[in-house]
Structure formats: structure tokens, C-alpha cells
Ligand binder design. Structure first.
Ligand code: SAM
Length: 268
């Protein structure tokens, strides 16, 4: 096992199921008891273990980087959790692996690492009934100025309209320098440039991907929904969405396609 220390995103209260805040937040929205869950971009497995401890019957973590899979499997063996599994796979093709259907998909810290996040949403829609998704979104202008250097330094100053699978969306591109070796980051495996939706475009993407957005947490809890543990970041770049698939018995065909309409920005 490698000894790398893991940065635990959204640290939780460290009670049972509380390594991170995510699983505990989901239990305020949904009865996870006896459900089958998938955790996309499972990193060292902490959200998968939390979901299991909160009551899921079975959890499958999907992770693309070996170093995180090693850590997750070592911890799974230490805990003796036979119903938590990890698999090496690229989430961008998650509906192509014949994994069966899941009651719940947890997708946190992953969507903004995609060059075509709309495409991933459609694939998620094909494999699950509910999704809990947390992602960074393109901050409003004032917040772009206020958000930390960590976020601002690679984000385009202006929002742009791009085409994802032939549909127009607004957002900012997050462009790493060409010299950045992407495998060494915890982000995208391939793309130096990824797309961060504006809030409005993210909601449009959920709708067109075939979801009903039940709750959108961005600032105060939505009316009629409980307060959950979510840190939106100093300048409000992080959003949490709870959504349900509109027609769960139908699969939609999803093409492989790339972002267009911003070719000049993507030139090396
Ligand atoms: C920012 S971390 C988020 C980890 C965890 N989901 C969380 O929310 O705390 C992103 C994780 O997704 C993984 N990842 C990135 N691109 C992926 C892909 N295409 N398929 C599967 N995992 C991916 C990274 O290796 C990393 O472990």
C-alpha cells in the first residue's frame, strides 16, 4: 500500500458514516437503507465506506487512478467490508460496463473535471434512479474576482457559450497549462481543459439529460428541504444537487462527442 496522505474532501464529523459530509447529507434526503449505490471518482473510498455504514446494501466505487484504488482496497480489507467494491474504470463511459442499475449515484468532485459534463450526466441517468451530485460551477463575475487563486488561476475570465453534444451551454473553461501532467493531479485524466457550467446551464443540463432536479443547494437550503452539511466555498463556486431520473425504465442512447464552439481557447 502506498503511504500517500489523502486529502479528504468535505471532511465530516468522523462519526459512523461521517468521514466526509456526503453520505450523512444524503441520509437527510433519502432512505439509503438496503439500496445499491455507485460512487463515481471514489478516490480512497471514504464516501463509499460512509454510504455503506449509513445503510446501503452494496456500494461500488469507480476510480481511474491506481494509487487511489490501492488505498481504497487496503482500507476495505482492513474494515472487512465485503459489500463495498472498487473497480478501475473511466466514469466517462459508465453506462457501457454492464454494471446493472443503481438506486443511488454519488457523483462528487468529478463533473467539473469533464470536458463534456453534459455527456456524463446522460450516462449517469442511464444507470441510476437518484443522483447526489456536488460540483464546482462557474462563479458569477464578482465571485470570480473573489474566489481563491486556486480556482481563478485556470478559469477563463469570461463565460463562453460552448456546444456539448450539439446543445448550447454557458460556462467557463478551466484550462491547465499544456506542461501539466494530468495523471499527477486528482482531476481529469485526459483533458487539460474542462468545462464549468454556470448554475443556470447546469440546471438545463440536468433537465435535458432526463432528470427532475428535486433540490438544489446553493446558499440557503431550498424550501421544504433540510439543512445539510455543505461548504459552498468562500465565493460560492460549489453546488449540491439532488435529482431523480424522469423515465427510469428507458435507456437513452449517448454518443461520444467533444466540446465545440471554443476551438480557439482549446488551442495549445
Ligand atoms: C476531486 S477528487 C473527488 C473525490 C471524491 N469523489 C470526493 O468527492 O471527495 C476526483 C476523483 O475522481 C477521479 N477521477 C477523475 N477522472 C475520472 C474518471 N474519468 N473516471 C473515474 N474517476 C476519475 C480522480 O482520480 C479523483 O480520485
Amino acid at each position: 500500500m502506498n503511504n500517500e496522505t489523502i486529502y479528504l474532501h468535505e471532511k465530516g464529523p468522523e462519526t459512523r458514516g461521517g468521514r466526509s459530509t456526503r453520505a450523512l447529507s444524503i441520509t437527510r434526503l433519502f432512505d439509503v437503507h438496503d439500496t445499491r449505490a455507485i460512487d463515481l471518482g471514489s478516490n480512497a473510498g471514504y464516501n463509499s465506506f460512509d454510504l455503506y455504514e449509513c445503510g446501503c446494501r452494496e456500494v461500488l466505487g469507480i476510480e481511474v487512478r491506481d494509487k487511489y484504488l490501492e488505498l481504497a482496497n487496503a482500507e476495505k480489507n482492513r474494515l472487512g467490508y465485503d459489500h463495498v467494491h472498487f473497480r478501475k474504470a473511466d466514469a466517462q463511459h459508465i453506462d457501457e460496463f454492464e454494471l446493472g442499475k443503481f438506486d443511488l449515484c454519488l457523483c462528487t468532485g468529478l463533473l467539473y473535471h469533464m470536458q463534456n459534463p453534459f455527456n456524463l450526466l446522460k450516462r449517469i441517468r442511464n444507470i441510476c434512479r437518484y443522483v447526489a451530485l456536488e460540483t464546482h460551477i462557474s462563479p458569477a463575475w464578482l465571485n470570480w474576482r473573489k474566489c481563491g487563486e486556486k480556482y481563478r488561476k485556470h478559469l477563463t475570465r469570461r463565460t463562453h457559450q460552448v456546444m456539448l453534444d450539439g446543445v448550447p451551454f454557458r460556462g467557463r473553461l478551466n484550462i491547465f497549462p499544456a506542461s501539466q501532467e494530468m495523471q499527477t493531479t486528482s482531476g481529469s485524466i485526459v483533458s487539460h481543459a474542462t468545462f464549468w457550467f454556470t448554475k443556470q446551464s447546469l440546471l438545463k443540463a440536468f433537465d435535458l439529460a432526463g432528470f427532475h432536479v428535486r433540490a438544489c443547494y446553493f446558499g440557503r437550503p431550498p424550501q421544504g428541504f433540510p439543512d445539510i452539511l455543505i461548504d459552498h466555498g468562500v465565493a460560492r463556486t460549489k453546488i449540491f444537487i439532488w435529482a431523480e431520473v424522469k423515465e427510469p425504465d428507458r435507456e437513452i442512447p449517448v454518443e461520444n462527442s467533444r466540446i465545440t464552439g471554443c476551438d480557439r481557447l482549446l488551442e495549445p
